[in-house]
Design a protein around this ligand. Structure first.
Ligand SMILES: *Cc1c(COP(=O)(O)O)cnc(C)c1O
Length: 444
């Protein structure tokens, strides 16, 4: 029997509220609370002893020699740029579809962000990287966007061939694996956010990891000073004379309330992520073969995985659904689930933002992005396919394997895809599809 879509007045698939545990994140126990209280009671916010312990534990967990905390992920990525020696005139290639905190920091280095295209998994497209390379290219900013591991074999081969530095932004993919190796251990340096909305959630915190002593010391020197005084910067680097002042002109010290919470979160992180992956894979298994919608996920038998599956999205193929706009598809799913999940777009493609076209940070009469470049970056941006930003939609971020509820959500997506024809006459403006966000995606 054919069912009427809730969007058209039929009975919604989901009529009650899902249990809060299914989505609650991070998982906070008395252990987190006790760790935080200890910091408050001892007024240890600005110390570094707890942060140092977390750094050691995090480095051991991810598999690098060094880790340095910062007060947020954006600053940790700026420190990563400084750590590889990014400077005026250098070009750095970044996938266009990511949060601005992956790349906007170039403004303070006089470096030119060059945006490359994304593939169907919304991930840096290795086949578009060489188009972007010139003799000024210094580095690649690889983003494991929405927890999907970027194609590191192909990317590292290109970096090697052209002698480029590689920074990984692991803000969406902490704990994820690519062919058995942790994301964040492929490039010269990796940095990531551990803020409250991410899968590794520890309040407001960022962390940089590297095996390279020079990168490590430069990252410290960028936004730390106490540590310099404590001889983390050795006599052997040219930064030694400057210890005592943060060379980036910014203070990056972590609030130990967050470091204390991060230590507790790390203890349970892998096992909690495993549960998330089971639940998310189950959801997608249920939707295998449904037209128009496909998982953005990896085959775990290759040794890769999606870590904590941050901000999960699916890929949308309107041509399989009579051209139905992804916006209308999402509206109809929301009507079935009675909730706020299922939005189209994800992050907007950065090359479409005016800040990268005209903004002149230093008042030099030229857009800062092109301040030291003779490339017409705005024209080159046309090689990115902005249309791709339309074609994804968010799905619920399940934290537990609750089969009954996961099946209900999957049924809602399936119902809309299977009854797409009923929506076509109401699809008022299929061209008005490119909605999205400059920041993260609201998702349960
Ligand atoms: C969140 C995020 C950042 C920045 O981290 P903050 O901790 O919010 O400063 C950087 N890159 C990506 C891809 C992010 O999602």
């Amino acid at each position: 029997m054919k069912k009427t879509l809730a969007y058209l007045g039929g009975e919604p698939v989901i009529t009650e509220k899902a249990p809060a545990e299914l989505f609650r994140w991070p998982i906070i126990t008395e252990e987190d609370e006790a760790a935080a209280l200890e910091v408050i009671r001892s007024n240890a916010f600005s110390g570094i002893d707890i942060t140092e312990k977390f750094q050691d534990e995090f480095a051991a967990w991810i598999g690098t020699k060094y880790a340095v905390c910062f007060c947020n992920g954006t600053l940790s990525l700026a420190a990563a740029m400084f750590s590889i020696g990014l400077g005026a005139g250098d070009e750095i290639i970044c996938p266009t579809k990511t949060y601005w905190g992956s790349i906007a920091q170039t403004v303070t280095f006089g470096a030119t962000p060059v945006f490359c295209n994304i593939n169907d998994m919304l991930s840096m497209d290795p086949s578009d990287i060489e188009r972007c390379i010139t003799e000024k290219t210094k580095a690649l900013m690889v983003v494991h966007y929405l927890a999907y591991p970027a194609d590191m074999d192909a990317i590292m081969a290109i970096a090697k061939k052209h002698d480029l530095k590689v920074i990984e932004d692991v803000s969406h993919a902490q704990g994820g694996l690519y062919k058995g190796k942790r994301l964040g251990t492929f490039g010269d340096v990796a940095a990531m956010s551990l803020m409250s909305g991410k899968s590794f959630a520890a309040g407001e915190l960022g962390i940089l990891v590297t095996d390279d002593r020079v990168c490590y010391e430069r990252a410290l020197a960028y936004a730390h000073y106490e540590r310099n005084n404590k001889n983390y910067i050795t006599e052997s680097t040219d930064l030694h004379p400057y210890s005592g002042i943060a060379l980036g002109g910014v203070k990056g010290r972590a609030n130990q309330l967050c470091s204390a919470m991060a230590r507790v979160q790390l203890k349970y992180y892998d096992e909690r992520c495993k549960k998330i992956r089971e639940a998310m894979n189950y959801f997608w298994d249920l939707l295998e073969g449904v037209p128009g919608i496909r998982a953005i996920r990896v085959d775990e038998s290759t040794g890769s995985n999606m870590g904590g599956w941050y901000c999960p999205h699916g890929a949308y193929y309107p041509e399989e659904l009579g051209g139905l706009s992804v916006g209308k598809f999402c509206e109809a799913v929301r009507a079935e689930i009675g909730g706020d999940t299922c939005w189209e777009g994800g992050n907007y493609c950065l090359h479409t933002h005016e800040a990268f076209h005209t903004f002149d940070f230093n008042h030099i009469g030229k857009p800062t992005r092109m301040a030291y470049s003779d490339r017409d970056m705005v024209a080159e941006d046309a090689f990115c396919r902005p249309s791709l930003e339309k074609y994804c939609f968010s799905i619920p971020w399940f934290k537990h394997m609750d089969k009954e509820w996961i099946e209900k959500y999957a049924a809602a997506y399936r119902k809309v895809a299977q009854n797409y024809k009923d929506l076509l006459p109401l699809d008022d403006d299929p061209s008005d599809n490119a909605r999205g966000r400059w920041y993260g995606t609201s998702n349960q």
